[in-house]
Design a protein around this ligand. Structure first.
Ligand code: OOB
Length: 501
């Protein structure tokens, strides 16, 4: 589950792992950038010193309540400065945030709380308390506060937090990231994106997602002394005025939102000229849309192909236009090892992507059985992505071998939704697969074998809503069939189902 001693020694010797923690990093940033803006929202401006001090006070308050190093705390907050305050407070305590998304509902939240035996749940309002029965909840606006005290704090090799995997199994897997590995990934990302103290990063996607968190995201921006603007939602109506007002230089979007921005930019009265880089990632960005970014938004495009498990690829700011438009970039680190295997298991330039390196995990948290198949014996993570490598070392994402739907960057595990559908009395068997969509890239389609009368589609949707799952996981389409196509070994052939649509 861990990097070998040799690997760790190499990553330290090469200066990737610097032996620092989140807490120590913020302390130093507060000294260096003091009264410069760190976090900006429509109605708040926090300097580096503010963030540092508020994290300390909150850490002390949580500690007084009994939250301790190693405790898990499920965090579900919108894009507000308190999100990062909570992160740093927990990092300083050595307690682990478990990052839920704002879209998650009772099914997901109660599972995270139970599975991690969470000591607390931090949520946006009172209505959310019911998602985590039995777990003490803290509500935004009423966070504990106490005089800062000296806390022992975690070490650089310790787990800093648990991030959610996009998932391809019945229950979401949790990704343990350490201080050393994560600090390296976002500092190196900040370098690749040329962030400077006068850069301004726009966080328009949910702050808890790995992309706006660390690629380079808000953490990368902080590490460079740059300000981050936290947008309450990613719409042009909200973001364009923020870009103008705060002179935003870099923003990150998923492909469907990039399309919305491109269309809106054509008749906006807002001044977007400060924007230097638009990052697009989380799902495949088609080359036709990619070509529009430069001319229509007046900034450079950067494609980002990453995963919460680790590996992140970027097209570089000085890559030629062709590479930027047609590839999903190349790895952050010279020590990101890329292995591409054909279906026959032999190394190739096209096939299944496996990876290992200084910020890619060696195993999910408390998932020994799953880890045996998700990782190779020599510690490579099987990403489930199908890629092609160009002579320049850039990767092109060609498809996916994992049981997952990528709905415009939002990941849906087929099996997870199938299990919910199977709880419906009329559903005998279910298979949820991706179907192409011109706007979202993919949508989810549920193929169902029913017993007796077929339930109405609206009823199935209502049923899933009542099960308490995030709205983005509720299939867009329902198809009723008498049998599923099978593979040679008698399993449901999702490939054949996908081809039917
Ligand atoms: C990011 O992270 P996750 O964990 O939500 O999802 C990872 C998966 C990848 O394995 C791949 O299947 C897909 O999302 N993906 C892309 C992509 N970026 C991610 N597929 C095609 N093209 C892309 N550019 O999505 C994530 C994490 C950090 C940075 C950026 C994205």
């Amino acid at each position: 589950m861990h990097w070998s001693e040799q690997e760790a020694a190499r990553y330290r010797a090469k200066g990737y792992w610097r032996g620092e923690t989140f807490g120590g990093m913020l302390r130093e940033l507060a000294r260096t950038y003091a009264a410069r803006p760190a976090l900006i929202s429509p109605d708040a401006r926090w300097t580096f010193e503010d963030l540092d001090e508020r994290a300390d006070r909150l850490a002390a308050g949580l500690h007084a309540d009994g939250v301790r190093a190693g405790d898990r705390v499920v965090v579900q907050l919108p894009n507000v400065p308190e999100f990062h305050q909570v992160c740093f407070a927990l990092f300083r305590l050595g307690a682990w945030p478990v990052f839920a998304l704002p879209a998650h509902r009772s099914a997901e939240i109660s599972y995270f709380c139970e599975f991690t035996e969470a000591a607390a749940y931090v949520c946006p309002d009172d209505a959310h308390r019911s998602y985590a029965p039995g777990t003490p909840a803290y509500v935004l606006g009423d966070l504990p506060d106490a005089e800062p005290t000296d806390l022992p704090g975690p070490g650089p090799g310790d787990v800093a937090f648990l991030q959610l995997s996009g998932g391809s199994t019945g229950l979401p897997k949790l990704i343990p990231r350490t201080h050393d590995d994560y600090l390296y990934s976002f500092r190196a990302s900040a370098g690749i994106c040329a962030l400077r103290p006068d850069s301004v990063y726009l966080c328009a996607l949910p702050a808890a997602h790995n992309f706006p968190m660390s690629s380079p995201g808000v953490f990368g921006a902080l590490s460079a002394g740059a300000a981050s603007v936290l947008a309450p939602d990613p719409s042009p109506g909200t973001c364009f005025p923020l870009i103008e007002r705060e002179r935003v230089t870099i923003a990150a979007l998923v492909p469907p939102l990039a399309l919305v921005w491109l269309d809106a930019a054509a008749n906006t009265r807002h001044d977007l000229s400060s924007l230097e880089v638009l990052q697009v990632g989380g799902a495949k960005f088609g080359s036709e849309a990619a070509k529009r970014v430069g001319p229509e938004l007046g900034c450079r495009l950067q494609q980002v192909f990453g995963m919460a498990e680790g590996l992140v690829n970027y097209t570089r700011l000085d890559d030629d236009e062709e590479l930027v438009v047609t590839t999903q970039g190349r790895p952050i680190s010279p020590d990101d090892e890329i292995r591409i295997l054909g279906d026959d298991g032999r190394e190739s330039d096209e096939g299944h992507l496996l990876t290992r390196g200084p910020y890619t995990i060696k195993g999910y948290w408390r998932a020994d059985e799953h880890n045996r198949t998700a990782f190779t014996e020599d510690g490579f993570y099987r990403t489930g992505d199908l890629v092609r490598r160009t002579p320049t070392g850039h990767l092109v994402v060609e498809g996916r071998a994992k049981d997952q739907i990528n709905r415009g960057g939002e990941k849906i595990a087929g099996e997870e939704v199938e299990n919910h559908l199977l709880a419906h009395p009329a559903v005998h068997d279910a298979a949820v697969v991706a179907v192409p969509d011109p706007y979202l890239g993919e949508r989810a389609c549920a193929y169902l074998i029913c017993r007796g009368e077929r339930p109405a589609r609206a009823e199935l949707r209502a049923f899933l809503r009542e099960r308490g799952i995030a709205a983005f996981k509720i299939p867009d389409r329902y198809e009723f069939v008498d049998a599923f196509p099978q593979t040679a070994v008698g399993k449901v052939s999702k490939r054949h189902l996908r081809e039917r649509t």
